[in-house]
Design a binder for this molecule. Structure first.
Ligand code: 2P0
Length: 339
């Protein structure tokens, strides 16, 4: 057998997260310092597993689900690897192999799980021993939402003012609410989004008259959400999550030119969620930088909510796929044993 050259490989798994109180807008584009803090739920069903080995290739390479990564996506990976190399004091190219586990062609391939897994695997492969907080800060440099995917359950990303103070951590959850939550993801369109979140945010911050008012309301939204978690109160958490997300999308729609991720199918799904609530089901909607609708519900009634929504949307969204996800774990990392 040919011996493998290079440093021992490391493999990390990180799960996707969905924000209940959103990050939308950067105070610092290079360091990825957000304008607002955010609160998220990490999901069990959607995750990325990434292996990194330094020193076995001449130049950085990466594959995602077996396909070579190129262009801007590769540049973002190399930028994160550079941060790790700098910190570890090494000058070796990396071989990155990444697999996304997304049930059905969900169109949810997430930069959050991807950059959290890359940060964890690259740091370990470079011989660094980082704390969760340091890993959160490192993942943030790849993609803001990745800072939250270091942690399982409910996590809050403190906006901070610089690299050191902008990190995520688990939320105090005295009633164990995270384990009682679920998300029904309504996959309305699995295609690529038309405007990247990076561009959508930039345009919103620079041109939307509704952006500053949303930021001003945001602090109250986060306080309300944290109080709801403290009290173990899902309806209270759901209500503020829905308000915060609707407000975020309103800021985008008044940007110049407008950023509108909602399709007719999204609007029908949002109406169906309101109807489900009218019918007595626990269901609150949130949306990110795309047309899919994510429905916050209780773990105990998620299957029922999923069935109700699929039935209600059968006529307007005949190809509808759904994913029922529960609270997921934080980052796990394993390092290859040295011979
Ligand atoms: C969030 N989103 O809080 C918000 C809500 C989308 C809408 O974080 O530019 O991929 O890499 O920091 O993290 C998506 O943006 O953006 C996102 P970058 P990211 O989940």
């Amino acid at each position: 057998m040919t011996p493998v050259r290079g440093l021992p490989a490391a493999t990390a798994t990180a799960h996707a997260n969905i924000a209940l109180i959103k990050y939308w807008g950067k105070a610092d584009d290079d360091l990825i310092i957000p304008v607002t803090p955010s609160l998220s739920l990490t999901l069990d069903a959607l995750y990325t597993t990434t292996t990194v080995r330094f020193g076995a290739v001449a130049a950085d390479t990466a594959t995602l689900d077996g396909e070579p990564v190129t262009g801007k996506a590769m540049a973002r990976i190399v930028a994160l690897l550079d941060l790790v190399r700098q910190r570890a004091g090494i000058d070796l190219a990396a071989e990155v192999t990444s697999v996304n586990t997304v049930p059905t062609a969900a169109g949810l391939a997430s930069s959050a799980s991807g950059f959290a897994a890359l940060a964890g695997a690259a740091a370990a492969a470079a011989g660094l021993d980082l704390t969760d907080r340091e890993l959160s800060r490192l993942a943030r440099r790849g993609s803001g939402s990745a800072s939250r995917s270091i942690f399982g359950g409910l996590a809050v990303w403190h906006a901070g003012t610089d690299d050191e103070t902008s990190y995520a951590e688990p939320v105090a959850d005295p009633t164990g609410l995270a384990e009682k939550l679920a998300m029904v993801v309504l996959v309305l369109d699995a295609g690529e989004k038309s405007v990247s979140s990076r561009e959508g945010m930039r345009r919103t911050v620079q041109t939307s008259p509704d952006y500053r008012p949303w930021v001003e309301a945001h602090a109250g939204h986060l306080d309300e959400a944290l109080a709801a978690v403290e009290a173990g109160d899902l309806p209270r958490l759901g209500a503020v999550a829905e308000t915060n997300a609707a407000g975020m999308h309103a800021t985008m729609r008044s940007a110049v030119p407008p950023v509108d991720y909602l399709t007719d199918a999204s609007r029908a799904a949002l109406q169906a969620v309101r109807d489900a609530r009218e019918a007595g089901l626990p269901a609150w909607a949130t949306m990110d930088a795309g047309p899919n609708v994510k429905v916050l519900t209780s773990a105990g009634r998620a299957v029922e909510v999923d069935a109700w929504l699929r039935d209600r949307l059968a006529a307007s969204a005949p190809g509808l796929a759904t994913v029922v996800a529960y609270a997921g774990p934080g980052l796990t990392v394993t390092r290859e044993a040295t011979a």
